[in-house]
Design a protein around this ligand. Sequence first.
Ligand code: C5P
Length: 226
Amino acid sequence: MTVPVITVDGPSGVGKGTISHLLAQHFGFHFLDSGALYRLTALAALRRGVDLTDEGAVAAIATNLDVVFLHDSSGEVKILLENQDVSLDIRTEKAGNNASKVAVLPAVRAALLQRQRDFAEAPGLVADGRDMGTTVFSQASVKLFLTASAEVRAERRYKQLIEKGLDANLRGLIEEIEQRDERDRSRSTSPLRPADDAITLDTSNRSIEEVFAEALNHCEGIAPGH
Ligand code: C5P
């Protein structure tokens, strides 16, 4: 792989999105939100009345996913599915749960593999997900794996959802997050786990600034001039 890639994996609500965005901004790299592809696949399947356990049908939807990531000047990303803005629809906890249901299907993961790899373009890429370091970019230059307790993660998710104006209930969130993580960890294809050469960062009781500073330390020399 000629293009430098930083992978940022870990369970939900651990701060991957925030740290990945900061890294991408710092280095001027592209950004891959791989979870969005699973969320979009589940949403597109449900909109067509496809059962989320129908592996062949969901994989066909993943292969043909008509999605555009639109970046505006403020750095916000709009996600269009078949020309329709679904940026908010895919962020609900229900959409995350549905994503993790289609993510257990090997044919769906295979269908999304090349699409994800295509994001690795010059000058570099920060890839956020569950299997970026183990499967999709196993040759990545730097692999980070973020962790935090389930309570801390649920509280962060709660705040994020409320800020977006979405409905949330803290106790329900803790349960849903634990269930989703369990499904992600126990699936047979590309389960959530750190790559052997990943650096694990516990984000539980640390500020974004502290975690970002440590992440940056591990990325030294990745891009000229940084
Ligand atoms: O990161 P996000 O919460 O958007 O991911 C939603 C779901 O998509 C995860 O719970 C997981 O099941 C699935 N996913 C995955 N592999 C990735 C990214 C996300 O299986 N690389």
